[in-house]
Write a protein that binds this ligand. Structure first.
Ligand SMILES: [Zn+2]
Length: 223
């Protein structure tokens, strides 16, 4: 009687070279593995992130980590929008959103679809586009970062507060990157800053909440 262990040993002993060869991953498998398992750091080396040479080496690592965190948050945000639990959507975008979409007016559902579609787009930036990082052109003590949405590239200028921000939670480094990418991809503005004012928009003016970058950031940070 052959046990499973015996069979495995036989293959592993290498008596049959062909068999061993067949066990080698084929190029397709390698490619798939790369897709699924490649760490974001390796992907970064493939040129998805470009960090200005004027940013010191130690800070480049900080940026890389923030991008990795932002990518994970964007992935979770798009999955949340595609799921059935809408409590974070209600909190940050539209307090009056009804889970039963047939009970919402057309504008309410359009706003939801807009947010859903643009989280997919924001996440895809990490997979398929270059994101550039530069130092702020002029130092502002209370700024995190900024972009020029019409410059035809994803270029984020990092300012004082970015370097002071935490890795996790509200107003994080990764969340800051998503705040800026929302400006680029969803044409958001800064109607208000900070959590309480942002939350008030979701209650009183969802049309402004879905076009306010901090609301996108806090949603992704799951505040
Ligand atoms: Zn902004």
């Amino acid at each position: 009687m052959h046990t499973y262990a015996e069979k495995t040993d036989k293959i592993a002993s290498g008596k049959n070279f062909l068999q061993r060869k067949e066990m080698m991953p084929r190029p397709l498998d390698i490619a798939n593995k790369k897709e699924q398992g490649a760490s974001p750091v390796i992907q970064r080396k493939e040129g998805h992130v470009d960090i200005s040479k004027h940013i010191p080496e130690a800070r480049k690592l900080v940026v890389q980590k923030a991008v990795t965190d932002a990518e994970k948050m964007a992935d979770r945000a798009q999955k949340t929008m595609g799921g059935t639990d809408h409590h974070l959507y209600k909190k940050w975008y539209d307090n009056k959103f009804n889970d039963d979409k047939s009970k919402n007016d057309q504008k309410t559902n359009e706003r939801f679809d807009f947010v859903k579609k643009h989280w997919v787009k924001i996440y895809s930036i990490f997979k398929s586009r270059n994101i550039h990082f530069a130092n702020t052109e002029k130092r502002h003590d209370d700024w995190y970062a900024y972009v020029y949405p019409k410059d035809n590239q994803y270029k984020i200028y990092l300012d004082t507060q970015f370097w002071l921000a935490k890795n996790k939670g509200g107003d994080s480094k990764g969340g800051t990157i998503l705040h800026e990418l929302a400006h680029e991809e969803a044409q958001t503005e800064d109607h208000v800053y900070k959590m309480e004012p942002a939350k008030n928009l979701a209650t009183n003016s969802p049309a402004l909440a879905v076009t306010n970058s901090d609301n996108w950031e806090y949603f992704a940070e799951r505040q």
